[in-house]
Design a protein around this ligand. Structure first.
Ligand SMILES: [Zn+2]
Length: 463
């Protein structure tokens, strides 16, 4: 305990070290090495609690008896549990006190709560007076997620959608391209919910609103939007190789993350939760033969309802060396799809991301050309914005329009390649077929993508 009770602080100013301040109250949060120190410290706490458990008068919580578990901690977040008997509680509190005496760390009464089930009212009141802790109600938060014996409500998950909304609003002032927004959806927004989705079965409505937020942000840069989405969400959720944008399918990902728990239970992986589930529910039985009791919790029933449906043979997962991973489950669930023929043109390394995005829309024939707008009944006519001489389809705009022809011809002359047949389905391939070497080909493709992007820009300026 000495290393955490005798802390000293020195200030580093302009490269020199100054001063020597003694930390009088032990460990502080925010100290760069405090996570490590907390771990060392809580190991001491664990040992004290193990001693408490060995006392004759101590009684475990009924659900934790077999595993002899009386506390859980993550850094400074501690849960302690025992049978609701006065004697056991006092022993536990004594353990906590001796830890405080040794380490200088005390509990914050304002942030600590007592939770009880069917204890005498008088005992409970005495206990609250003795400790100064308040009585808590479920759900409470542990490690950022709500702990509740019931099914998660939409209210519980609101914080998740709120977090996304706040993020999007903070980006709102920036003028982001499609490519920038795809990146933010794939990194920041996805990561906000994956932590929860790897722990809970999220309610369907919540998943729906999460997808809604992601979708509005992707197509319009806002939290709410009436703008039509250019490409179906299902297609967006495919990998780039398969013609999508590599956005995670939240519904499937959530299912496969929960399946990971099921797999762990079935494989009897050595971790605390699996051992606990084994003792409380399975009681040593084999998972594949297990029948769910009718009186168990909603959550357990939900977990049990998961089926790997043909994804495994004799406890061996069909992919990834027989061991189930969320990613392999996700890929398996999404199913194998054909490679998208345009992937080599759209997602080349040399392409500038915003050029890639426009090319992606062109390749899917999803760009808002006037021909499409006219069909939707928004525009009065479908004539080309630049020349006005023909219907504005993708083929016309990029390859037939006099402006586009001139651009492409100039670019071709500049790159020293000659292709007569100008139409989108074969241009990329024809342009690059004769070129040898990967780098050269990548340059050609990048030039073509840039041309497409700039023609589109010129047309939008004219619009
Ligand atoms: Zn035209």
């Amino acid at each position: 305990m000495k290393c955490i009770t005798t802390t000293q602080y020195t200030l580093a100013i302009n490269g020199g070290l100054y001063g020597c301040i003694n930390g009088k109250r032990g460990l502080r949060q925010g100290d760069p090495i405090s996570p490590l120190l907390f771990v060392i410290c809580m190991e001491y706490f664990t040992r004290i609690m193990n001693l408490v458990a060995m006392q004759e008068d101590f009684a475990f919580h009924t659900k934790c008896k077999v595993l002899q578990m009386n506390h859980l901690c993550f850094a400074n977040d501690v849960l302690m549990f025992c049978k609701g008997e006065y004697q056991a509680i006092v022993l536990m509190l004594r353990g906590l006190q001796s830890f405080s005496n040794a380490s200088g760390l005390t509990t914050n009464a304002a942030k600590s709560n007592i939770f009880s089930a069917s204890m005498e009212e008088q005992d409970l009141q005495n206990l609250c007076e003795l400790t100064g802790y308040k009585r808590g109600t479920l759900p409470f938060r542990y490690l950022g997620v709500p702990i509740s014996p019931k099914k998660l409500t939409i209210m519980d998950c609101e914080v998740l959608v709120d977090k996304m909304t706040v993020k999007i609003k903070s980006w709102g002032t920036r003028n982001l391209s499609y490519a920038g927004r795809v990146l933010l959806v794939n990194t920041v927004l996805t990561h906000i919910h994956t932590y929860w989705a790897s722990i809970f079965v999220l309610p369907k409505k919540v998943i729906k609103s999460i997808i809604g937020v992601c979708r509005c942000f992707l197509w319009d840069g806002k939290v709410y939007s009436n703008k039509p989405q250019l490409v179906a969400w299902d297609l967006v959720c495919r990998t780039k190789r398969q013609g999508g944008l590599g956005v995670k399918d939240i519904v499937v990902w959530n299912e496969e993350a929960i399946a990971k728990y099921v797999w762990n239970i079935a494989a009897k992986t050595d971790n605390l939760w699996v051992r606990w589930v084994n003792h409380i529910y399975l009681k040593g039985r084999d998972w594949w033969q297990y029948k769910v009791p009718t009186d168990c919790s909603w959550y357990w029933r939900k977990i049990c309802s998961y089926e790997f449906a043909g994804g495994y043979i004799q406890n061996q997962w069909l992919k990834a060396n027989g061991v189930y991973t969320i990613k392999s489950g996700y890929d398996w669930m999404k199913g194998a799809k054909e490679d998208w023929p345009w992937r080599g043109w759209v997602w080349t390394k040399l392409n500038i991301p915003k050029h890639s995005m426009i090319c992606w829309l062109v390749a899917h024939n999803r760009l808002m050309t006037k021909e499409r707008v006219y069909k939707m009944g928004i525009s009065q006519d479908s004539l080309c914005e630049i020349c006005g001489g023909a219907e504005e389809t993708i083929n016309h705009l990029f390859f037939d329009c006099p402006l586009a022809r001139r651009c492409i011809e100039d670019i071709q002359r500049w790159l020293n390649i000659g292709t007569r047949n100008l139409e989108i389905q074969g241009l990329g391939r024809r342009m690059t077929r004769k070129i040898k070497g990967k780098a050269c080909r990548a340059v050609m493709i990048a030039a073509l993508s840039a041309t497409v992007y700039h023609i589109w820009r010129a047309r939008n300026i004219a619009f």
